[in-house]
Design a binder for this molecule. Structure first.
Ligand SMILES: [Zn+2]
Length: 187
């Protein structure tokens, strides 16, 4: 629930007001005399590629962006590690059991329901199982990275480009870039 939609304190049930507190406008409960801190909601997604280099996408059967395609993934459950949550979503939506080999990155993305999502992207190196769309996906397919269908989320497009670009440059390209940057920084 976004801040603008939240009207009552989740701790005491009293009405919330908006107050300037610690550097920004926040929801505040006068009865509890405390602000209501709101944070991004963490979610994961995975870039899975087949031996031909195609990217695995699922078609969303739920809002937001129902009918558009996206990477397999979803929201973390309480107490769940990001890697475990990502692989659980992969199994639920595609039927595949995967092995993560690296973190692609972490970014934020706007979300209609939660305002801001913290999106964690992983690359899957190996997988097994039989493809079957399930859970929040009603179709599934492999797509060439330069011929993607409409993708629901910009953050997913960025992770796809990153994974495909890194593979094209070789596995050490990102490390080499960092080393080059640090050499430049040292002068
Ligand atoms: Zn309260």
């Amino acid at each position: 629930m976004t801040g603008s939609a939240m009207r009552f304190c989740p701790f005491c049930g009293g009405p919330l007001v908006t107050r300037h507190w610690e550097g920004r406008q926040r929801l505040f409960c006068p009865a509890c005399a405390r602000p209501l801190y709101q944070n991004p909601v963490p979610a994961t997604c995975l870039v899975v590629r087949n031996p031909a280099g195609q990217v695995l996408l699922v078609r969303r059967s739920v809002e937001p962006q129902k009918g558009l395609w996206c990477l397999p993934g979803g929201f973390l459950e309480l107490g769940e590690s990001p890697e475990a949550g990502a692989l659980r979503e992969l199994a639920e939506e595609t039927g595949l059991d995967g092995v993560i080999d690296r973190l692609l990155g972490v970014t934020i993305a706007p979300n209609a329901e939660y305002d801001t999502v913290l999106m964690i992207g992983y690359r899957v190196q190996r997988y097994e199982g039989r493809l079957q769309a399930g859970d929040d996906a009603d179709a599934i397919g492999w797509f060439d990275a330069d011929a993607l269908p409409p993708v629901a989320f910009d953050s997913h497009v960025r992770f796809i480009r990153q994974a495909v670009g890194e593979q094209a440059q070789g596995p050490c390209a990102a490390v080499q870039r960092l080393e080059k940057m640090s050499r430049v920084a040292r002068g």
